[in-house]
Design a protein around this ligand. Structure first.
Ligand code: SF4
Length: 417
Protein backbone atom coordinates (compact mmCIF):
# COMPACT_ATOMS: atom_id res chain seq x y z
CA UNK A 1 0.00 0.00 0.00
CA UNK A 2 1.32 3.45 -0.90
CA UNK A 3 2.08 5.92 1.85
CA UNK A 4 1.69 9.67 2.27
CA UNK A 5 3.28 12.14 4.64
CA UNK A 6 1.78 15.58 5.37
CA UNK A 7 3.69 18.65 6.53
CA UNK A 8 1.71 21.66 7.78
CA UNK A 9 3.13 25.17 8.02
CA UNK A 10 0.71 27.76 9.32
CA UNK A 11 -2.54 28.34 11.10
CA UNK A 12 -5.59 26.22 11.99
CA UNK A 13 -6.92 26.74 8.46
CA UNK A 14 -3.80 25.03 7.08
CA UNK A 15 -4.27 22.15 9.54
CA UNK A 16 -7.85 21.89 8.31
CA UNK A 17 -6.58 21.91 4.69
CA UNK A 18 -4.21 19.06 5.59
CA UNK A 19 -7.10 17.06 7.08
CA UNK A 20 -8.94 17.33 3.77
CA UNK A 21 -5.84 16.43 1.76
CA UNK A 22 -5.37 13.35 4.00
CA UNK A 23 -8.98 12.36 3.36
CA UNK A 24 -8.54 12.61 -0.42
CA UNK A 25 -5.40 10.47 -0.25
CA UNK A 26 -7.00 7.83 1.98
CA UNK A 27 -9.94 7.61 -0.42
CA UNK A 28 -7.31 6.83 -3.03
CA UNK A 29 -6.06 3.98 -0.76
CA UNK A 30 -2.95 5.73 0.52
CA UNK A 31 -2.05 5.30 4.22
CA UNK A 32 -0.39 7.85 6.45
CA UNK A 33 3.22 7.55 7.58
CA UNK A 34 5.03 9.73 10.10
CA UNK A 35 8.33 8.58 8.60
CA UNK A 36 9.08 10.94 5.71
CA UNK A 37 11.65 8.52 4.22
CA UNK A 38 8.91 5.89 3.73
CA UNK A 39 6.50 8.20 1.88
CA UNK A 40 5.53 7.78 -1.77
CA UNK A 41 3.99 11.23 -1.75
CA UNK A 42 4.69 14.21 0.49
CA UNK A 43 2.10 16.97 0.70
CA UNK A 44 2.94 20.35 2.19
CA UNK A 45 0.12 22.73 3.17
CA UNK A 46 1.61 26.18 3.57
CA UNK A 47 0.73 29.64 4.83
CA UNK A 48 1.99 32.71 3.00
CA UNK A 49 1.14 35.30 5.65
CA UNK A 50 4.64 35.39 7.12
CA UNK A 51 7.86 35.43 5.18
CA UNK A 52 9.35 32.99 7.74
CA UNK A 53 6.85 30.27 6.66
CA UNK A 54 7.77 30.86 3.01
CA UNK A 55 11.48 30.62 3.89
CA UNK A 56 10.87 27.27 5.61
CA UNK A 57 9.40 25.92 2.37
CA UNK A 58 12.65 26.81 0.59
CA UNK A 59 14.48 24.78 3.28
CA UNK A 60 12.23 21.78 2.66
CA UNK A 61 12.95 21.76 -1.06
CA UNK A 62 16.58 20.88 -0.35
CA UNK A 63 15.49 18.04 1.95
CA UNK A 64 13.19 16.65 -0.78
CA UNK A 65 16.01 16.76 -3.29
CA UNK A 66 18.11 14.51 -1.02
CA UNK A 67 15.18 12.13 -0.41
CA UNK A 68 14.70 11.76 -4.15
CA UNK A 69 18.25 10.49 -4.59
CA UNK A 70 17.22 7.26 -2.76
CA UNK A 71 13.49 7.30 -3.50
CA UNK A 72 13.24 8.03 -7.23
CA UNK A 73 9.43 7.65 -7.34
CA UNK A 74 8.76 10.18 -4.56
CA UNK A 75 6.22 12.84 -5.54
CA UNK A 76 5.98 16.18 -3.74
CA UNK A 77 2.92 18.43 -3.75
CA UNK A 78 2.62 21.96 -2.38
CA UNK A 79 -0.82 23.41 -1.57
CA UNK A 80 -2.58 25.69 0.95
CA UNK A 81 -2.13 29.47 0.70
CA UNK A 82 0.31 29.89 -2.19
CA UNK A 83 0.84 33.22 -3.92
CA UNK A 84 0.73 33.12 -7.73
CA UNK A 85 4.20 34.63 -8.01
CA UNK A 86 5.57 32.07 -5.48
CA UNK A 87 4.07 29.22 -7.52
CA UNK A 88 6.57 29.97 -10.28
CA UNK A 89 9.44 29.75 -7.76
CA UNK A 90 8.20 26.65 -5.95
CA UNK A 91 7.38 24.69 -9.08
CA UNK A 92 11.13 24.12 -9.39
CA UNK A 93 11.28 22.46 -5.98
CA UNK A 94 7.98 20.54 -6.01
CA UNK A 95 6.52 18.15 -8.57
CA UNK A 96 3.15 19.87 -8.31
CA UNK A 97 1.97 23.19 -6.88
CA UNK A 98 -1.79 23.11 -6.42
CA UNK A 99 -4.49 25.60 -5.40
CA UNK A 100 -6.22 24.29 -2.28
CA UNK A 101 -9.55 24.40 -4.12
CA UNK A 102 -8.07 21.88 -6.58
CA UNK A 103 -7.16 19.13 -4.07
CA UNK A 104 -9.83 17.05 -5.78
CA UNK A 105 -7.28 16.64 -8.57
CA UNK A 106 -4.69 14.89 -6.37
CA UNK A 107 -5.78 11.31 -7.23
CA UNK A 108 -5.69 12.13 -10.95
CA UNK A 109 -2.28 13.70 -10.55
CA UNK A 110 -1.04 10.55 -8.85
CA UNK A 111 -2.44 8.49 -11.71
CA UNK A 112 -5.45 7.15 -9.81
CA UNK A 113 -9.06 7.44 -10.95
CA UNK A 114 -11.17 10.26 -9.52
CA UNK A 115 -12.60 9.43 -6.09
CA UNK A 116 -16.13 10.18 -5.00
CA UNK A 117 -15.58 12.35 -1.93
CA UNK A 118 -13.10 14.61 -3.69
CA UNK A 119 -15.50 16.53 -5.91
CA UNK A 120 -15.30 19.88 -4.11
CA UNK A 121 -12.77 21.32 -1.67
CA UNK A 122 -15.18 22.32 1.14
CA UNK A 123 -17.29 19.18 0.53
CA UNK A 124 -14.36 16.87 1.18
CA UNK A 125 -14.97 15.00 4.42
CA UNK A 126 -11.80 15.59 6.48
CA UNK A 127 -9.74 12.97 8.25
CA UNK A 128 -9.65 14.62 11.67
CA UNK A 129 -6.23 14.64 13.33
CA UNK A 130 -7.66 15.03 16.81
CA UNK A 131 -10.22 12.85 18.62
CA UNK A 132 -11.85 15.58 20.74
CA UNK A 133 -11.25 18.95 19.05
CA UNK A 134 -12.24 19.51 15.42
CA UNK A 135 -11.61 22.24 12.88
CA UNK A 136 -14.71 22.97 10.80
CA UNK A 137 -14.21 25.49 7.97
CA UNK A 138 -17.36 27.52 7.38
CA UNK A 139 -15.97 29.80 4.69
CA UNK A 140 -12.81 30.38 2.74
CA UNK A 141 -11.25 33.37 1.00
CA UNK A 142 -11.42 37.05 1.83
CA UNK A 143 -12.82 40.23 0.25
CA UNK A 144 -11.08 42.70 2.53
CA UNK A 145 -7.65 43.36 1.04
CA UNK A 146 -5.92 44.54 4.20
CA UNK A 147 -2.82 46.28 2.88
CA UNK A 148 -0.32 43.83 4.42
CA UNK A 149 -2.12 40.53 3.75
CA UNK A 150 -1.73 37.97 0.98
CA UNK A 151 -4.87 35.94 1.73
CA UNK A 152 -7.17 37.63 -0.85
CA UNK A 153 -4.55 36.73 -3.48
CA UNK A 154 -3.92 33.13 -2.34
CA UNK A 155 -7.48 32.10 -1.39
CA UNK A 156 -9.34 34.54 -3.63
CA UNK A 157 -12.88 35.80 -2.85
CA UNK A 158 -15.07 34.65 0.03
CA UNK A 159 -17.14 31.50 -0.35
CA UNK A 160 -19.41 30.38 2.49
CA UNK A 161 -20.18 26.75 3.02
CA UNK A 162 -23.87 25.74 3.05
CA UNK A 163 -25.20 25.99 6.62
CA UNK A 164 -26.93 22.61 6.32
CA UNK A 165 -23.64 20.91 5.50
CA UNK A 166 -21.75 22.68 8.32
CA UNK A 167 -24.41 21.85 10.90
CA UNK A 168 -24.51 18.23 9.78
CA UNK A 169 -20.70 17.97 10.18
CA UNK A 170 -20.85 19.52 13.65
CA UNK A 171 -23.76 17.26 14.67
CA UNK A 172 -21.78 14.16 13.61
CA UNK A 173 -18.71 15.35 15.48
CA UNK A 174 -20.67 15.88 18.69
CA UNK A 175 -22.37 12.51 18.27
CA UNK A 176 -18.87 11.01 18.03
CA UNK A 177 -17.76 12.60 21.31
CA UNK A 178 -16.00 15.76 20.10
CA UNK A 179 -15.90 18.38 22.84
CA UNK A 180 -14.52 21.41 21.05
CA UNK A 181 -15.57 22.74 17.65
CA UNK A 182 -13.55 25.47 15.96
CA UNK A 183 -15.49 27.28 13.23
CA UNK A 184 -12.85 28.50 10.80
CA UNK A 185 -12.62 31.04 8.03
CA UNK A 186 -10.51 34.02 7.02
CA UNK A 187 -13.39 36.29 8.03
CA UNK A 188 -16.04 34.20 9.81
CA UNK A 189 -18.15 37.24 10.72
CA UNK A 190 -19.06 37.79 7.07
CA UNK A 191 -20.38 34.22 6.72
CA UNK A 192 -23.57 34.13 4.63
CA UNK A 193 -25.61 31.24 3.31
CA UNK A 194 -29.00 32.54 2.05
CA UNK A 195 -30.73 33.86 5.18
CA UNK A 196 -28.18 32.32 7.57
CA UNK A 197 -25.56 34.82 8.65
CA UNK A 198 -22.86 34.13 11.22
CA UNK A 199 -24.95 34.89 14.32
CA UNK A 200 -27.76 32.65 13.02
CA UNK A 201 -25.25 29.88 12.29
CA UNK A 202 -24.01 30.15 15.89
CA UNK A 203 -27.58 29.79 17.12
CA UNK A 204 -28.24 26.73 14.94
CA UNK A 205 -25.05 25.05 16.13
CA UNK A 206 -25.82 25.96 19.73
CA UNK A 207 -29.17 24.14 19.41
CA UNK A 208 -27.44 20.80 18.77
CA UNK A 209 -27.78 18.69 21.94
CA UNK A 210 -24.62 17.58 23.76
CA UNK A 211 -21.73 18.74 25.91
CA UNK A 212 -19.42 20.80 23.71
CA UNK A 213 -17.74 24.16 23.25
CA UNK A 214 -17.80 26.30 20.13
CA UNK A 215 -14.97 28.69 19.29
CA UNK A 216 -14.38 30.64 16.10
CA UNK A 217 -11.62 32.43 14.23
CA UNK A 218 -10.80 34.79 12.47
CA UNK A 219 -12.98 37.79 13.25
CA UNK A 220 -12.82 41.22 11.67
CA UNK A 221 -13.83 44.25 13.82
CA UNK A 222 -15.69 45.80 10.88
CA UNK A 223 -18.02 42.77 10.56
CA UNK A 224 -18.17 41.75 14.21
CA UNK A 225 -21.61 43.18 15.07
CA UNK A 226 -24.15 43.34 17.90
CA UNK A 227 -25.93 40.21 16.65
CA UNK A 228 -22.76 38.16 17.13
CA UNK A 229 -22.21 39.69 20.59
CA UNK A 230 -25.80 38.76 21.51
CA UNK A 231 -25.39 35.24 20.12
CA UNK A 232 -22.23 34.78 22.19
CA UNK A 233 -23.97 36.10 25.31
CA UNK A 234 -27.17 34.08 24.88
CA UNK A 235 -25.91 30.70 23.70
CA UNK A 236 -24.23 28.53 26.32
CA UNK A 237 -22.09 26.45 23.95
CA UNK A 238 -20.28 29.50 22.55
CA UNK A 239 -17.26 30.03 24.79
CA UNK A 240 -16.51 33.42 26.39
CA UNK A 241 -13.37 33.94 24.37
CA UNK A 242 -12.75 36.21 21.42
CA UNK A 243 -9.75 37.04 19.27
CA UNK A 244 -10.51 40.44 17.74
CA UNK A 245 -7.49 41.62 15.75
CA UNK A 246 -7.06 45.38 16.07
CA UNK A 247 -3.65 45.53 14.29
CA UNK A 248 -3.01 49.16 15.36
CA UNK A 249 -4.30 51.62 17.93
CA UNK A 250 -3.94 54.60 15.59
CA UNK A 251 -6.63 55.70 13.12
CA UNK A 252 -4.18 56.89 10.48
CA UNK A 253 -2.26 53.60 10.54
CA UNK A 254 -5.55 51.67 10.44
CA UNK A 255 -6.49 53.66 7.35
CA UNK A 256 -3.24 52.87 5.57
CA UNK A 257 -3.72 49.23 6.58
CA UNK A 258 -7.16 49.43 4.85
CA UNK A 259 -8.94 48.07 7.93
CA UNK A 260 -12.21 50.08 7.69
CA UNK A 261 -12.79 50.83 11.39
CA UNK A 262 -11.57 53.41 13.87
CA UNK A 263 -10.06 52.87 17.28
CA UNK A 264 -13.21 54.35 18.88
CA UNK A 265 -15.43 51.88 16.98
CA UNK A 266 -13.20 49.01 18.06
CA UNK A 267 -13.24 50.08 21.70
CA UNK A 268 -17.03 50.40 21.58
CA UNK A 269 -17.33 46.76 20.48
CA UNK A 270 -15.06 45.65 23.33
CA UNK A 271 -17.18 47.69 25.78
CA UNK A 272 -20.41 46.06 24.56
CA UNK A 273 -18.80 42.61 24.74
CA UNK A 274 -17.72 43.11 28.35
CA UNK A 275 -21.14 44.49 29.32
CA UNK A 276 -22.92 41.46 27.85
CA UNK A 277 -20.30 38.82 28.74
CA UNK A 278 -18.50 39.95 31.91
CA UNK A 279 -16.23 36.86 32.10
CA UNK A 280 -15.05 37.11 28.48
CA UNK A 281 -11.33 36.80 27.69
CA UNK A 282 -10.14 38.91 24.77
CA UNK A 283 -7.05 38.54 22.63
CA UNK A 284 -5.84 40.50 19.63
CA UNK A 285 -3.36 40.58 16.78
CA UNK A 286 -1.02 43.55 16.36
CA UNK A 287 1.50 44.62 13.76
CA UNK A 288 4.29 46.88 15.03
CA UNK A 289 6.42 48.94 12.66
CA UNK A 290 3.97 49.14 9.75
CA UNK A 291 5.44 51.48 7.06
CA UNK A 292 5.55 55.09 8.30
CA UNK A 293 4.26 54.18 11.78
CA UNK A 294 5.62 57.03 13.90
CA UNK A 295 6.58 56.75 17.56
CA UNK A 296 3.50 58.79 18.45
CA UNK A 297 1.23 56.49 16.43
CA UNK A 298 2.77 53.46 18.10
CA UNK A 299 2.17 55.05 21.52
CA UNK A 300 -1.53 55.15 20.61
CA UNK A 301 -1.36 51.35 20.25
CA UNK A 302 0.36 51.10 23.64
CA UNK A 303 -2.41 53.31 25.09
CA UNK A 304 -5.06 51.02 23.59
CA UNK A 305 -3.29 48.02 25.13
CA UNK A 306 -3.44 49.63 28.58
CA UNK A 307 -7.12 50.54 28.12
CA UNK A 308 -8.41 47.24 26.70
CA UNK A 309 -6.29 45.10 29.06
CA UNK A 310 -5.96 42.11 26.76
CA UNK A 311 -5.74 38.54 28.03
CA UNK A 312 -3.45 37.66 25.14
CA UNK A 313 -1.95 39.32 22.07
CA UNK A 314 -0.15 37.98 19.04
CA UNK A 315 2.39 40.69 18.26
CA UNK A 316 4.03 40.68 14.84
CA UNK A 317 6.89 42.81 13.62
CA UNK A 318 5.91 44.10 10.17
CA UNK A 319 7.63 42.49 7.20
CA UNK A 320 6.60 43.16 3.62
CA UNK A 321 4.83 40.41 1.70
CA UNK A 322 5.38 40.78 -2.01
CA UNK A 323 2.20 41.31 -4.00
CA UNK A 324 0.40 43.26 -1.27
CA UNK A 325 -0.38 47.00 -1.32
CA UNK A 326 1.89 47.61 1.70
CA UNK A 327 4.85 46.07 -0.12
CA UNK A 328 4.88 49.15 -2.33
CA UNK A 329 5.52 51.32 0.77
CA UNK A 330 8.98 51.75 2.23
CA UNK A 331 9.58 49.40 5.18
CA UNK A 332 11.07 52.35 7.05
CA UNK A 333 10.84 51.39 10.74
CA UNK A 334 14.14 49.79 11.75
CA UNK A 335 14.22 46.25 13.11
CA UNK A 336 15.63 47.57 16.40
CA UNK A 337 12.68 49.94 16.74
CA UNK A 338 10.20 47.16 15.83
CA UNK A 339 11.73 44.96 18.55
CA UNK A 340 11.51 47.85 21.00
CA UNK A 341 7.82 48.39 20.19
CA UNK A 342 7.16 44.66 20.47
CA UNK A 343 8.77 44.63 23.94
CA UNK A 344 6.74 47.62 25.16
CA UNK A 345 3.49 45.87 24.17
CA UNK A 346 4.64 42.53 25.60
CA UNK A 347 5.40 44.18 28.95
CA UNK A 348 1.92 45.75 29.09
CA UNK A 349 0.37 42.44 28.05
CA UNK A 350 2.17 40.54 30.81
CA UNK A 351 0.68 42.91 33.40
CA UNK A 352 -2.89 42.84 32.06
CA UNK A 353 -2.87 39.07 31.41
CA UNK A 354 -1.66 38.43 34.96
CA UNK A 355 -4.31 40.78 36.34
CA UNK A 356 -7.02 38.74 34.54
CA UNK A 357 -5.47 35.38 35.47
CA UNK A 358 -5.24 36.21 39.19
CA UNK A 359 -9.04 36.36 39.26
CA UNK A 360 -9.09 32.59 38.68
CA UNK A 361 -7.09 31.74 41.83
CA UNK A 362 -9.16 29.62 44.22
CA UNK A 363 -11.89 29.15 41.61
CA UNK A 364 -12.93 26.03 39.73
CA UNK A 365 -12.81 26.04 35.94
CA UNK A 366 -13.70 23.40 33.35
CA UNK A 367 -10.67 22.33 31.29
CA UNK A 368 -10.37 20.31 28.08
CA UNK A 369 -6.94 18.61 28.17
CA UNK A 370 -5.12 18.46 24.84
CA UNK A 371 -1.40 18.05 25.55
CA UNK A 372 0.88 15.85 27.63
CA UNK A 373 4.51 16.66 28.53
CA UNK A 374 6.51 14.71 31.11
CA UNK A 375 4.32 14.45 34.24
CA UNK A 376 2.03 17.33 33.26
CA UNK A 377 -1.15 17.72 31.25
CA UNK A 378 -2.11 20.99 29.57
CA UNK A 379 -5.52 22.13 28.47
CA UNK A 380 -7.70 25.14 27.80
CA UNK A 381 -10.67 26.40 29.74
CA UNK A 382 -13.66 28.21 28.25
CA UNK A 383 -11.72 31.50 28.23
CA UNK A 384 -8.97 29.75 26.26
CA UNK A 385 -6.53 30.07 29.17
CA UNK A 386 -3.76 27.49 29.27
CA UNK A 387 -4.03 25.36 32.42
CA UNK A 388 -1.34 22.99 33.69
CA UNK A 389 -2.08 20.05 35.97
CA UNK A 390 0.35 17.42 37.26
CA UNK A 391 -1.26 14.00 36.96
CA UNK A 392 -0.35 10.31 36.73
CA UNK A 393 -3.71 9.59 35.12
CA UNK A 394 -4.14 10.11 31.36
CA UNK A 395 -6.20 13.28 30.99
CA UNK A 396 -5.99 13.71 27.20
CA UNK A 397 -9.37 14.47 25.66
CA UNK A 398 -11.07 14.76 29.05
CA UNK A 399 -13.10 17.76 30.13
CA UNK A 400 -12.61 18.11 33.89
CA UNK A 401 -13.03 20.64 36.68
CA UNK A 402 -9.78 22.12 37.90
CA UNK A 403 -9.15 24.31 40.95
CA UNK A 404 -6.66 27.08 40.14
CA UNK A 405 -3.84 27.42 42.66
CA UNK A 406 -1.36 29.68 40.87
CA UNK A 407 -1.54 32.33 38.16
CA UNK A 408 1.16 33.51 35.79
CA UNK A 409 0.70 35.86 32.82
CA UNK A 410 0.24 33.11 30.23
CA UNK A 411 -0.51 29.99 32.28
CA UNK A 412 -2.58 28.87 35.24
CA UNK A 413 -1.62 25.98 37.50
CA UNK A 414 -4.31 23.84 39.06
CA UNK A 415 -5.44 20.59 40.62
CA UNK A 416 -8.20 18.28 39.44
CA UNK A 417 -11.23 18.73 41.68
S1 SF4 B 1 -9.45 40.26 6.82
FE1 SF4 B 1 -7.53 41.23 6.19
S2 SF4 B 1 -5.97 40.15 7.44
FE2 SF4 B 1 -7.82 38.88 7.46
S3 SF4 B 1 -7.55 37.44 5.75
FE3 SF4 B 1 -8.73 39.19 4.96
S4 SF4 B 1 -7.19 40.55 4.06
FE4 SF4 B 1 -6.11 39.12 5.42
Amino acid sequence: MKKYHVIVFGCQMNISDAERVASVLESAKYTKTDDITKADVIIVTMCSIRQSAVDRIHGLVEKFRKLKTTNHKLQTILTGCVLKKDKKIFIEGFDIVLDIKDIKRIPEILGIKKVKNAENYLDVAPKYENQFSANVPIMTGCNNFCAYCVVPYTREREISRPAKETISEVRNLIRNGYKEIWLLGQNVNSYKDCSTNFSKLLKKINDIPGEFWVRFTSSHPKDFDDDVINAMAEHGHITPYLNLPVQSGDDKVLKSMNRHYTVAEYKNKIKKLREKIPDIAISTDIIVGFPDETKKQFLNTAKLFREVKYDMAYINKYSARAGTAAAKLKDNVSLTEKKNREKILTDILKETALEHNKKFIGKETLVLFNEHRKDSYFGKNEQYKTIKVVSQENLLGKMLKVKIIEARPFILHGKIV
